[in-house]
Design a protein around this ligand. Structure first.
Ligand SMILES: [Zn+2]
Length: 249
């Protein structure tokens, strides 16, 4: 099954067929909203056909335009229950430790922070509504009820509230649980920022065990899931370059 992909400034948004329309995976930065609407139109999908949105996690580049989207579209959000407070807080969670996958990435992130005035790691706060669906862990039933043959997997490691979508046919929409971005800088299919590498690799194993064959990341191009098997365990928690102190721990 070939998903519709709308590449935004940094984030890929994917759309999969569901009952009565489409399930969307993620939303981009707030400033991506006009580009998202143009991308949707270009793909020939009217906004009212976007029936639900699975949010992989609360970060600024995934939850940025939820206010605009829920204002304009009558859709149901699906998120991990831990995302509720984090979305209301309007900032990427830094309370659970972690850091950049290596010093080179931290250096690049520092440059980005210096020269891109929009780089804030915060986003307009969003409050999940009564009608939105909160998931407490792995869920093999919810997506099927919506007409999507697949499961939601709880996949922490990049952050605490992370979900991925794995279809029965092997396509895995992994959000930031894995990435194909800045690989030349040694990311080894991790996202640039990680909270806990042990947890992250358990999440990769979970994706593989669930039958993931092709990975559709939020950042970078799709790739074969075998590459995760190859890179499992390559970065340790002690390798992470922390945010502020310039030391590894
Ligand atoms: Zn993220």
């Amino acid at each position: 099954m070939q998903p519709v992909c709308i590449p935004l400034s940094l984030t890929n948004v994917y759309l999969l067929p569901c009952d009565g329309g489409f399930l969307q995976i993620d939303a981009g930065y707030q400033h991506d909203y006009p580009a998202y609407r143009r991308g949707l139109a270009k793909a020939g999908i009217p906004l009212e056909q976007v029936r639900c949105l699975a949010l992989t996690h609360h970060h600024d580049d995934h939850a940025g335009f939820l206010n605009e989207l829920t204002r304009d579209a009558d859709l149901i959000l699906i998120a991990h229950r831990l995302a509720g407070d984090l979305l209301r807080g309007g900032a990427n969670d830094r309370s659970r430790g972690g850091g950049y996958v290596n010093r080179r990435i931290r250096f690049l992130a520092g440059l980005k922070a210096r020269f891109d005035p929009r780089w804030s790691l915060s986003f307009p706060p969003f409050t999940l509504r009564e009608r939105d669906l909160r998931v407490g862990g792995d869920d093999d039933a919810l997506l099927r009820r919506l007409g999507v043959p697949g499961a939601l997997l709880y996949t922490p490691g990049h952050c605490i509230d992370h979900l991925a979508v794995v279809l029965d046919s092997g396509e895995a929409f992994c959000g930031d649980a894995a990435a194909n971005f800045l690989t030349w800088a040694g990311t080894r299919h991790c996202c640039v920022f990680m909270t806990d590498m042990d947890q992250a690799y358990r999440s990769w194993q979970k994706l593989l065990d669930a039958g993931a064959r092709r990975i559709y990341p939020a950042h970078g191009r799709p790739f074969a899931a075998g590459r995760l098997r190859r890179d499992l365990g390559r970065i340790q928690n002690r390798d992470l370059a922390r945010f502020f102190d310039g030391r590894t721990e």
